[in-house]
Design a protein around this ligand. Structure first.
Ligand code: SAM
Length: 240
């Protein structure tokens, strides 16, 4: 395991992997350090070369890109770790937000950690922390469970398991299931449970629906169900 301090300057160091967060909507949210690192690493590993190519072009940057996504993660992670071991500097990004958070990245980071190669976070946007921080729901602790599986029985079982959890539950949900999920929360946890459903955060149509689960569901169903959603569920006894 590497235990030497890593170099946190704006200049990528040989053999270092940079885990770089990119905007979740608002392009002004790319940090200065992210921009500097993305503009000068030897290679950028990204989910979709067109998406990241477009992002880099918006910032006037050009770099060599390599596809690293859900379908080739295991194999490409080892190849990238080989290149890092040979002295290349590499940044990993996802299409939006923080890599490895419900996005590719974990396998590459683990491959580097296993080999003792330095891994440097370049923090920035992440949908879950953005929503939690602005929700007004308890932030003293939270359980982030990513995306729930599609099957209703498993989703209900998850909600039942955490019914009396002491901290906020935080989840990602797709636009195809957000209406169903809002119904499931009301049915399983009751109409009075305090929830937050946030949509299109940092984008033009950013919306926070906060309150009783039944009211939030009704307001959600009145609006457009397109876009990207984060769901927070407050602990049982929480009053807004
Ligand atoms: N790694 C990303 C991050 O750090 O936020 C998350 C990637 S995950 C594949 C995509 C999910 O994150 C979306 O389906 C949605 O649940 C959530 N998400 C991403 N951007 C969002 C936004 N601008 N507003 C609300 N939710 C968002």
């Amino acid at each position: 395991m590497a235990d030497a301090p890593v170099n946190n300057s704006l200049t990528p160091q040989p053999g270092h992997l940079y885990v770089v967060a990119t905007p979740i909507g608002n392009l002004a949210d790319l940090t200065e350090r992210a921009r500097a690192i993305l503009g000068s690493v030897d290679l950028v590993a990204c989910e979709d070369t067109r998406t990241t190519g477009g992002l880099l072009t918006r910032y006037g940057l050009r770099r060599d890109l390599i596809a690293y996504h859900d379908h080739n993660e295991t194999e490409v992670a080892e190849r990238l770790a080989d290149q890092l071991a040979a002295g290349k500097s590499i940044a990993v990004v996802s299409d939006a937000g923080t890599p490895a958070i419900s996005d590719p990245g974990f396998r590459l980071v683990r491959a580097c950690r296993r080999r003792g190669l330095p891994v440097v976070p370049v923090p920035g946007p992440c949908a879950i922390t953005a929503v939690l921080s602005a929700s007004g729901l308890p932030t003293n602790g939270f359980l982030f469970a990513g995306f729930l599986v599609a099957k209703t029985a498993a989703r209900t079982a998850f909600l039942e398991k955490y019914r009396d959890f002491d901290f906020t539950l935080a989840l990602y949900e797709s636009c195809h299931r957000i209406d169903k999920f809002a119904e499931e929360i009301v049915a399983t946890l009751g109409p009075d449970r305090v929830v937050c459903i946030a949509k299109e955060v940092t984008k033009l149509h950013e919306t926070f629906l906060i309150g009783r689960a039944a009211d939030v569901r009704d307001r959600l169903l009145k609006g457009s169900l397109k876009g990207e959603f984060v769901v927070l569920i407050a602990p049982t006894d929480f009053i807004l």
